[in-house]
Design a binder for this molecule. Structure first.
Ligand SMILES: Nc1ncnc2c1ncn2[C@@H]1O[C@H](COP(=O)(O)OP(=O)(O)OP(=O)(O)O)[C@@H](O)[C@H]1O
Ligand SMILES: Nc1ncnc2c1ncn2[C@@H]1O[C@H](COP(=O)(O)OP(=O)(O)OP(=O)(O)O)[C@@H](O)[C@H]1O
Ligand SMILES: [Mg+2]
Ligand SMILES: [Mg+2]
Lengths: 255, 255
């Protein structure tokens, strides 16, 4: 029975997609069977792995009930890693889902038929607390929150943790916070050091030991359709995401 | 009669708020009377200028018609720069506006009573192509598109330009693209240089000459509640945003 992890933070550009792709790849390289679901109409996780949704089978069609989730699954160049792609049409789902009775659990219901096929399902969310992120949080067992080492990081975290708590109370009682992951850490700037220290002071053990450095290889890898681990295994970015993989594995094996 | 500029790009973390705050400050320091409207529920433009919405008078109340825009205007520490703040409640507007007949022009209608008081109105948008960004694009005379020098930059631009064209045809015939602004440019990386060259090749004269470098002072300034121009006037970030101000002024004076 696989575990489902939502990668979420409504602040934009904090490394959600980079984390979703590279954690998925790190777990696949450890021999796990992983399904990555792109729940962002921008389709960054889809294009970052060099994939295009050729047919009408995207996560949008799955949410609207036109096809089953299995029909949208693509295999990627990374052994053990499959993908459910997103297309721009997904932007329409924010409004279309609102009118459905079971609007918050469309993804959860569809996932039930495939979680046995995978050790881990990872969901990349858009930069908003709307219907799509709600579906991700209702489908997930736990949430991984990438947090950029920048001023605005702490501002938005309160809203996100509040939303997660409300969802746990009302819609998904088993939802946990698997961890806060510090991203784009630049040891040369006092801003980065200050934010990292403040987050660790506030959230203690909830913050993963692994910290993702600002590393140009992470920014370059999607242009090659690869995870940073496949693109430049010796890079600091690859090492950091392999460490995230190990931390999540030890966390998940305890469940 | 002031001009209204929407700062928009649905990709997250590309420097929308940094551009909205620092362009506003640059124009105010040139002696213009500027109104900055924070249309993002994260409230980054509000907190980045050290402001908090004390009363119930935020842009959310304005959009729902509870108060007039003038009642939500705050003066900031920068002479000539006023702000309409945002609060988290604004996230609810995405859904609440959908049911209103005039949902796309709520902001435009409210702005009509204040544009005579300002030389320029600047609107900071959230990282989505939803109701709030739609309101910003319907209220605006022109759009400024911050574009991060990263792989995903060009991916989302097509969707945004398509949305702008649809809005011009159906809802706001005078909407123009005032420019594409390259942000977080790091001359040391081939990724940055490659993306900047590709954007200039594709979009030619639409791309502003000014280019915003990745500059830690820009990231530090919001933690002091100041624009980068006020925080560190000698920094490369301040110089770049002053240049953006001059380019926008020469563009606007021609209208
Ligand atoms: N540690 C890092 N070092 C350098 N660049 C990074 C790093 N992490 C992510 N990036 C790059 O920064 C940009 C933003 O990251 P990413 O797209 O993963 O964020 P996001 O939170 O998914 O954004 P959105 O809110 O738009 O979904 C991307 O161009 C990505 O390649
Ligand atoms: N040129 C720059 N150099 C360094 N840091 C920058 C620069 N521009 C913006 N930043 C920082 O990068 C982060 C992202 O920028 P910003 O919040 O302005 O983007 P945004 O597009 O408004 O994000 P969102 O999509 O969440 O609204 C912020 O922490 C900001 O302070
Ligand atoms: Mg993303
Ligand atoms: Mg912003």
């Amino acid at each position: 029975m696989g575990l489902t992890i939502a990668v979420a933070n409504q602040k934009g550009g904090v490394g959600k997609t980079a984390t979703a792709i590279n954690l998925s790849a790190a777990l696949a390289l450890e021999g796990k069977r992983v399904l990555l679901i792109d729940l962002d109409a921008q389709g960054s996780a889809t294009s970052g792995l060099g994939m295009r949704c050729e047919t009408d089978a995207s996560v949008y069609d799955v949410l609207l009930g036109r096809i089953r989730l299995e029909e949208a699954i693509l295999t990627t160049a990374t052994p053990g890693l499959d993908l459910v792609p997103a297309t721009r049409e997904l932007a329409g789902a924010e409004v279309e889902l609102v009118t459905m009775d079971d609007r918050h659990q469309r993804l959860r219901d569809q996932l039930a038929s495939v979680t046995d096929l995978y050790d881990c399902v990872i969901i990349d969310s858009p930069p908003a607390l709307g219907m799509l992120t709600l579906n991700a949080l209702c489908a997930a067992d736990g949430v991984l929150v990438p947090l950029q080492c920048e001023f605005y990081a702490l501002e938005g975290l309160g809203a996100l943790l509040g939303t997660i708590e409300r969802i746990r109370m009302a819609l998904n009682p088993s939802l946990e916070i698997y961890g806060i992951l510090l991203t784009m850490y630049d040891a040369r700037t006092s801003l980065s050091r200050h934010v990292a220290r403040e987050v660790r002071d506030h959230f203690g053990g909830k913050v993963l030991n692994a910290m993702i450095p600002r590393n140009v290889r992470i920014g370059e890898s999607p242009s090659h359709g690869l995870s940073v681990i496949a693109y430049d295994p010796a890079s600091a970015g690859a090492a950091a995401y392999r460490q995230v993989g190990r931390e999540m594995l030890s966390l998940l094996s305890g469940r």
